[in-house]
Write a protein that binds this ligand. Structure first.
Ligand SMILES: [Fe+2]
Length: 313
């Protein structure tokens, strides 16, 4: 049954325009309510998008606003890619830099690029951004503990998006990892403007709707990433034919500082517009889930079994 959190008028919250043809999978809870119910693992695993009610991530936005948004000046394509989805602790962790003729010199070329390009070689900007991201990092770890008290993570990708993202195509994430794991994801808008998303059907719902017409049974027993790639790339257009699909969408504007959680392999999404954001992804042992049968790969296997039986009947 859909849980119904208590809502008080006047509380801070994202603006959501719901599309009537898509399930309403948005839930809003305060951290206190989440702590009281012992976390939200069950709801997260069921594919709800959970928004923290009456909450704004405390990170010094003005320090982050001073960072440069353009990484075009970075010649090394590898470094450019790593700056685009930057691992947050590269900003606030690492060997202290040396100083040479007024310039800070880092051993790590990525940290050097953060300093030279994102911080324009300005030590104050660098130190301010490092403090702000460390604060956001610690707070996000605290949110994880409150939301997923039983989860046993074995890897964290603490990523920050410091450049503009706009007009993505609708997709479900493919992490290009064959391993059968559960992911926990926390997003935060670190910018002073709203971060605007569209979201659509959840993956199992979409696959069920189109299973026979697209002969999706041919993906049974294969890596589920192949099915995600087929639907996202061939059917929804991928990066080649963007915005050509006819899928219905919910629209959401996440406020500055807002925090939300969702499984991005289950919920289709596209960033319409966004600047600074935090996207933390934990790889979680399936055995520590509320229900290990709800991990992504197991869901897709069960779906093939269900649809196989349906077509055979
Ligand atoms: Fe995505």
């Amino acid at each position: 049954m859909r849980p119904s959190p208590k809502w008080q008028p006047g509380e801070l919250m994202a603006r959501i325009e719901r599309h009537p043809e898509i399930e309403d999978y948005f839930l809003e809870f305060s951290l206190a309510e989440i702590a009281e119910r012992g976390g939200i693992s069950d709801l997260f695993e069921d594919g709800y998008l959970i928004i923290l009610k009456d909450y704004r991530l405390q990170a010094d936005g003005s320090a982050l606003a001073r960072l440069s948004r353009s990484i075009d000046a970075v010649e090394d394509a590898g470094i450019r890619k790593r700056l685009k989805k930057l691992t947050a602790n590269h900003v606030f962790e690492g060997a202290p830099p040396r100083e040479s003729r007024g310039r800070l010199i880092f051993d790590d070329p990525l940290r050097q690029a953060i300093f030279d390009i994102l911080c324009r070689g300005d030590r104050d900007i660098f130190e301010g951004a490092a403090r702000a991201l460390k604060q956001a990092h610690e707070e996000t770890l605290r949110i994880f503990e409150t939301c997923f008290p039983g989860y046993e993570p074995f890897r964290l990708i603490p990523s920050v998006r410091l450049t503009t993202t706009m007009f993505e195509n609708l997709h479900w994430d493919n992490h290009n990892i064959a391993e059968d794991f559960h992911q926990a994801r926390i997003f935060a808008n670190l910018d002073t403007r709203p971060r605007i998303w569209n979201t659509g059907h959840r993956f199992p719902d979409w696959v069920r709707m189109h299973y026979d017409r697209l002969d999706l049974g041919r993906f049974a027993g294969k890596d589920p990433n192949l099915l995600i790639d087929f639907v996202t790339g061939e059917i929804l257009g991928g990066t080649r034919k963007t915005w050509m699909d006819k899928e219905p969408r919910h629209r959401i504007a996440f406020d500055p500082g807002e925090v939300w959680l969702g499984e991005s392999r289950l919920i289709s999404h596209q960033i319409y517009y966004g600047e600074l954001a935090l996207v933390y992804m934990w790889f979680v042992r399936a055995s520590s889930m509320s229900d290990p049968a709800k991990r992504f790969n197991a869901r897709i296997e069960a779906l093939h079994r269900e649809m196989g039986r349906a077509s055979a009947a």
